[in-house]
Design a protein around this ligand. Structure first.
Ligand code: C2E
Ligand code: CA
Ligand code: CA
Length: 579
């Protein structure tokens, strides 16, 4: 990610401009975000008093971190630092046409609590600060580049820096990085061969640290560094970016050379003192040597993170879609809690119809996420992610509660009430909480149990589903088997689990309709459902042909765009009232 993208992201997460700006550069200094925010908050107080734009404070902090700290013994450095400070402020004021006070930019006085509250309420930071931040980043990047060029030319040696306190360790790390980047830049510039970026880290390094202690963790890192030193030859450079993250940049001819290098390295670092170490490797092969260096690093990083989430392989080459999917994942993880508290999740309802009667016989509750800036986000974009981290439980509870209160509302209006089905993620089937939650909801809303139906998706773990399904059934709930025919062993689960209704998956119907053999299978599934006294509902029905076929083989209940798309609950209520 570029500095601008990082800053923009932080700003969207409601950080102040100084935090967003300083945070965007934090990684360059090996700082984690938490530490960066602490530091920028220290400086924030002074800024608030003087009304100075936070971007200036943060930028001066960045310059200080990069070009070295004030040194009372070193007059030259002091003068240099001052000059850079003045240069930044001059350029910034020029670009901002003199608007360098918070009041000029936001139109409010940030030192007054009531005006600050107004800034928050109106979201002024998000509206007015990006310009100042972007200008700051542009100026900073230019200045830093110029500064580094100077250093590279003067050939500063790493060991020139004495190591006696923490700040100097930070500086030493920054310098190591600089040294590495300088070497890589030279390689990119001079090499006639292909260049590959390999980034890797140790899976579950934090757990190893917790289990065996940080000293042991440090030993592992030193061990990896030693192995890298032994393995990297001419035209191959490495650096320890931070904690357990390493980067290797090397020349190669065939992609297989990169894989060979990784496999060879991996065989040497897969174990330290009897502790097994698992690495994840992300590879970016440079296409355009003119591309910004940081972008190349970022792409290798994205590939590494994707490798982390992949159970089939621990080596992945960068693909364009990683950019979107990782960005999306982060976005969701960082925004899901706010989405619950600010009621951004909404229940949509999709009607279910009887073909013969041509009327509504029920509905399925489907979640939608209305994000204030990103607009509507569909479940397929966020459900898989929140299922992984367990947050789906909260979302489901919310939708179940919404469904219950909708049913209650229908009852109060004296409408001919139809059942609403809700989705029950497989995550719930791991514990007993969901039974309690559902029973409480039924009790507190005072609705009849048979009006809230539960959709459960077949999955690999039949046993678990089966046990939970029996419990839910005992509690008196109606169970629908979702997505029948979409994957796993559907027939087995039918034998073992007390489902009431089968929902035929959209893909299953589509696949079966293209051949005579398929139509025969479909017909027999309908027969089987009838024999077993199971209800049957066809999902995702879009065409008249499908309706005709389903009707001819005796499947009367359908749900799909042919009749209606999922809609806000108010619209569905109108539809019911008209019926
Ligand atoms: P699902 O349970 O199989 O839901 C049916 C999906 O098919 C819905 O997508 C619906 O909008 C879509 N659909 C219905 N009729 C048609 C049609 O004629 N053509 C096409 N192309 N699509 C149709 P949606 O709402 O995007 O939901 C996707 C999946 O996300 C759902 O699949 C379900 O697995 C999950 N999901 C949605 N809401 C919730 C929820 O509140 N909790 C849980 N746990 N999962 C949910
Ligand atoms: Ca469903
Ligand atoms: Ca389904």
């Amino acid at each position: 990610m570029t500095h601008k993208e990082k800053a923009e992201k932080l700003l969207h997460q409601q950080y102040h401009c100084s935090q967003a700006l300083f945070g965007a550069f934090a990684e360059d200094f090996g700082l984690d975000l938490k530490m960066a925010f602490k530091i920028s908050t220290c400086f924030g107080g002074g800024m608030r008093q003087g009304g100075t734009c936070g971007c200036i404070t943060a930028s001066l902090l960045i310059l200080g971190m990069t070009i070295g700290f004030y040194d009372s013994q070193d007059r030259e450095q002091e003068v240099y630092g001052n000059k850079k400070t003045e240069e930044f402020i001059r350029l910034f004021s020029e670009h901002m046409n003199g608007a360098v006070n918070c009041r000029d930019i936001l139109g409010k006085d940030i030192s007054k609590p009531n005006e600050m509250a107004e800034i928050r309420r109106q979201g002024l930071i998000l509206q007015k600060c990006p310009r100042a931040i972007n200008i700051s980043i542009e100026i900073l990047e230019d200045m830093l580049l110029e500064h580094f060029k100077g250093i590279m030319d003067s050939n500063l040696e790493l060991d020139d820096i004495p190591e006696n306190d923490e700040m100097e360790t930070v500086l030493k790390t920054v310098n190591k990085l600089r040294h590495f980047r300088k070497n890589v830049n030279n390689l990119l510039f001079s090499s006639q061969r292909e260049i590959g970026f390999i980034q890797f880290d140790v899976r579950k390094f934090k757990i190893i640290n917790d289990l065996y202690g940080e000293r042991f963790g440090d030993q592992i890192l030193e061990f990896i560094i030693r192995q890298l030193e032994e393995n990297c030859q001419e035209g191959q450079f490495f650096v320890n970016l931070r904690s357990d993250v390493f980067m290797v940049v090397m020349e190669y001819d065939l992609e297989q050379d990169l894989v060979d290098f990784i496999e060879n390295l991996d065989s040497k670092i897969s174990c330290y003192k009897d502790v097994k170490l698992q690495m994840c490797y992300g590879v970016y092969t440079v296409e355009d040597k003119e591309m910004e260096f940081r972008q190349m690093e970022d792409r290798a990083a994205m590939a590494r993170k994707a490798a982390k989430n992949n159970i089939l392989t621990n080596i992945l080459f960068y693909k364009e879609q990683f950019k979107d999917s990782l960005y999306n994942r982060k976005f969701i993880e960082e925004n899901m809690q706010t989405a619950i508290t600010e009621k951004q999740f909404m229940m949509y309802l999709q009607p279910k119809y009887s073909i013969a009667k041509n009327e509504i016989i029920g509905a399925e509750a489907l979640v939608r996420w209305h994000h204030p800036e990103r607009g509507m986000i569909f479940p397929n974009q966020f459900i898989p992610i929140i299922e992984e981290n367990g947050f789906i439980k909260k979302v489901d509870y919310y939708i179940w509660a919404e469904a219950c209160s909708f049913i209650k509302k229908c009852q109060e209006k004296g409408l001919n009430t139809c059942p609403i089905s809700v989705n029950v993620s497989r995550i719930h089937l791991r514990d007993n909480e969901c039974i309690q939650v559902l029973s409480d909801l039924i009790k507190s809303s005072g609705i009849r149990k048979e009006l809230l139906e539960l959709e459960i998706t077949e999955s690999t773990d039949d046993q678990q589903i089966c046990r939970k399904a029996y419990q839910l059934k005992e509690e008196g709930f109606t169970l629908l088997m979702d997505d029948f025919g979409s994957g796993y062993s559907s027939l087995n689960i039918l034998l073992e689990t007390p489902f009431d209704v089968i929902k035929l998956d959209k893909k299953f119907i589509e696949n079966m309709m293209v051949s005579n053999k398929g139509r025969l299978i479909l017909e027999h599934v309908v027969l089987m459902a009838n024999k077993l006294e199971l209800g049957l509902l066809a999902e995702g029905v879009e065409t008249k042909d499908q309706i005709d076929l389903l009707q001819s083989i005796g499947c009367d209940q359908v749900q799909g765009y042919y009749y209606a798309k999922p809609m806000p609950k108010e619209e569905f209520l109108d539809l019911l009232q008209k019926q």
